[in-house]
Structures are given as C-alpha cells and as structure tokens.
Write a protein that binds this ligand. Structure first.
Ligand SMILES: CC(C)(COP(=O)(O)OP(=O)(O)OC[C@H]1O[C@@H](n2cnc3c(N)ncnc32)[C@H](O)[C@@H]1OP(=O)(O)O)[C@@H](O)C(=O)NCCC(=O)NCCS
Length: 395
C-alpha cells in the first residue's frame, strides 16, 4: 500500500448563514485551494463529497457532480457522495485514503457540507430524529439529545460523574473556540465573554441531565481537504502530514440493540485498539485530538474508551485539566462540536484540518506545543465509530 499524505485544507465561516448549500461548499473549497498554491485543480483525479441532508435541506439529490462543477473540478477517476451521518466527513477521508493507497488515484479532494439552519426551524429536529432508527426510535421521540442524556444518566449512576464535570467540558471547549474565528459561537464571546461554569450549569434543560451548553450546536458549514500519494505530496509540500492509522467499527445502528450498559462504548474501544495498532502507537503517544463532543458526556466517555484514563475516570480527567493545554492530551483545541457547531458531514473534515494545522505548527494561538501525533474521532451513533491517526512527517 502507498503512503497517504494530507497536503491542503480549509473551512468557511460556520453559523446561521444566508449562503445556500452550493455557496457554502464553494467557500470551503476556495479556502482549501488557497492553503496550497502548488496544487493544480486539473491534477485532482478524485472528488468525494460528504453530506447528510443534501436532499432535505439543500434540495439536491445526486450532489457530487454539481459541487465538483462549481468548484472547478473534473475528476477523471473517482467521484462520489458519502453519507454516514455525523461520521460522513471521516468516511470521505478514509475512502480517499484507500483509493490513493491502492494506487488507483493520486490526489483526492474531500469536501463536507451541511445546510442545517433552514427557515422552518423545527425541521432540524425532524432531521435529527430521521438519523435515528426511523421505525423504532426516531418516531417515539428518541432524538440525539434524548439518547445521549440516557448515556449520561447511566454514567452518573455507575461512576458518580457529575453535572459540574460535564459543564467543565463545555467551559473548556468554549474557551478554546475564543481563538477560532470560524466557530459558530465566536461572536458570542465578544459580546458575553467566556462561558463560565455557572452559565453552563444554569442554561436551560434540554434532556436531563444535558442542558443547552452540554449540547453541540446545529450550524451551517463546510470544510475541505486534499490528500495525495507520498510521491505526489513531495512535489506539493515540505510539511507533509501522514495518515498512519485508521479504523471504523459498527456493532449496531439502533440504540436498542446495544447489549451492554450505555456507560460503556465497546465499538469505540475496539476502533481505538485497531487504529492504535495500525499506527503502531499507544494512547499516551497522542499529543492532540479532535474528538466527537456532540454532548459533554460523549467527550467524557471518549477519554475512557480512547485509553487516556481508566474506565469511569473521565469526569476526573476533565476536572484535573488533563484534556487541556498542559495536560496529558489536548482535546478539541478548536472548540469541538460544542463551540464550533456541528454541520454533520463537515465536522470530520474540519477536525482533520485542525489536526493538519496543529501537526504543521500552523494553528496560531491554538497551537499545541511540539505536536507530533494527532487523533481524529467521529461517531455516528452509539455503536458506530470512525478514527484516523495522523503523524507529522518532517522534523
Ligand atoms: C440544544 C438544542 C436542542 C437547542 O436548540 P433550540 O432550542 O432550537 O435553540 P435555538 O437554535 O433556537 O437557539 C436559541 C439560542 O440558544 C443558542 N444555542 C442553540 N444551541 C446552542 C448550544 N448547543 N449551545 C449554546 N447555545 C446554543 C443559540 O445561539 C441561540 O442564541 P441567540 O438567540 O443568542 O442566537 C439544539 O442545539 C440541538 O439539538 N443540539 C444537538 C444537535 C444534535 O443532536 N446533533 C447530533 C449529535 S450526534
């Protein structure tokens, strides 16, 4: 298999945007091309579009060729759309990885885009419910906040995890996003200052124990990156970022099919083991991570299943500052889904772009000192997890 390298990336401004689906995609593609002027559009032989709700909110079936067209690509070997709900962006990158690794294509653009904030606001919740098992869960009101609230209750009962510890995840991630201009909530900090523990704990209840600030925010946004074979990458950059390990595990789709307690996430544990093994590293080797904080409890459980602390100690991990700058591993330096917002299919690509910046030493005020190994985790349900591990390829 050939080695695969990330050579460019970019995001647009996330938030309640007037821009339509296509405009959002075009903005991210431009940012990505601007990040590496050595790349010639014509040499991109693959294009993978990640989008979840293109039909519902972008009113566009079969979106990949139309987006390729408006961003000036004519891929001669591969073009496709992928949809794996919240994990769609990481799925796009994984798909590009094996197409390049196999020797079939040399350079692929992955672009994730989501238009969520459409005028009929309640439609968002209908969409969220449609991502659950339609016949047996979504139709009874099991939207993501309700489902993850049950995981939070189980974790609290089993390990004594507290609402304060969950709020600390929110405070950390919002603090990080104060240095991320594209984040959904960036303007809020200028008006209201940092999010405090008190603000988070007093925010309105969404699904007990998850309050507004425990939840990721629905947002419009897009992100793009370009991957290339190692040979091609040598012509394009002197700061290569290598994909060194990846895994994807699906133990079940429906939440009711979990044959375990919701405080443990065996699919993630297995995905982590596989990815670390492929990368030839241990959990403690990870310097910086972008993980799926769709809710604060998710980040806490992920610390445990990704092997950074013992099972049940995720609450203590955040309380002791071990997932922050100066701790064991800096988690969600751009502010995560909670503060940047979560435009489903764009999220995984934006996370990967943040790791790319961090490993190249280009993350500005957010820079994690001397970051060499970065991990990106996405989930698309309790039983479905996606991981990619990246390594700085220069010294
Ligand atoms: C938490 C949630 C229910 C709130 O939605 P809502 O009640 O419709 O809230 P609105 O969008 O009307 O926003 C009202 C205000 O709260 C703010 N807000 C909304 N969601 C927020 C969040 N998650 N955190 C902080 N503030 C938030 C908005 O910015 C807005 O403030 P403003 O009036 O100052 O601009 C919604 O954000 C949600 O469903 N989040 C989870 C998304 C999800 O499930 N993703 C999939 C994960 S797997």
């Amino acid at each position: 298999m050939r080695k695969v390298v990330m050579v460019a990336g970019g995001v647009n401004k996330w938030g309640r945007r007037a821009a339509n689906f296509r405009q959002l995609a075009a903005e991210a593609a431009k940012a990505c091309f601007d990040s590496n002027p050595n790349i010639d559009h014509k040499e991109i032989d693959g294009f993978i579009l990640a989008t979840t709700y293109a039909e519902r909110t972008g009113v566009q079936v079969h979106p990949a060729p139309f987006i390729a067209q408006i961003i000036g690509l004519q891929p001669k070997k591969l073009y496709m759309r992928v949809e794996n709900q919240c994990g769609s962006g990481t799925t796009a990158i994984r798909t590009a990885w094996w197409a390049i690794a196999s020797g079939y294509v040399d350079m692929v653009m992955c672009l994730g885009v989501e238009k969520l904030m459409i005028p009929v606001h309640e439609e968002i919740f209908l969409n969220a419910a449609s991502a659950m098992d339609h016949d047996w869960e979504g139709c009874f009101g099991l939207t993501p906040p309700a489902a993850f609230a049950m995981a939070a209750q189980a974790h609290m009962r089993k390990f004594g995890t507290t609402e304060e510890q969950m709020a600390m995840v929110s405070v950390k991630n919002h603090r990080h996003a104060m240095k991320t201009p594209y984040a959904h909530h960036y303007e809020r900090y200028k008006k209201h200052g940092p999010v405090t523990l008190e603000t988070a704990l007093k925010s309105r209840m969404i699904a007990y124990p998850l309050k507004l600030f425990d939840c990721s925010t629905n947002t419009d946004g897009a992100a793009a990156c370009i991957l290339a074979s190692e040979e091609k990458a040598k012509e394009l950059t002197d700061k290569p970022v290598y994909l060194i390990g990846t895994s994807q595990v699906c133990l079940h789709g429906s939440w009711q099919k979990a044959t375990y307690e919701w405080w443990e996430w065996p699919a993630l544990r297995l995905a982590a083991r596989q990815a670390y093994e492929m990368a030839g590293i241990k959990p403690e080797d990870v310097d910086v991570a972008e993980i799926h904080d769709c809710f604060t409890i998710s980040e806490i459980i992920e610390y445990e299943e990704l092997g950074w602390c013992e099972k049940g100690q995720g609450g203590k991990f955040i309380e002791e500052g071990l997932s922050d700058y100066g701790g064991k591993v800096v988690v969600n330096p751009r502010g995560g889904l909670i503060a940047c917002g979560h435009p489903f299919a764009a999220t995984g690509i934006a996370q990967a772009y943040e790791i790319f910046l961090q490993l190249r030493g280009e993350a500005g005020e957010r820079q994690v000192k001397d970051a060499k190994i970065g991990l990106n985790h996405n989930l698309s349900g309790l039983g479905e997890h996606h991981i990619i591990i990246y390594k700085r390829g220069f010294d």
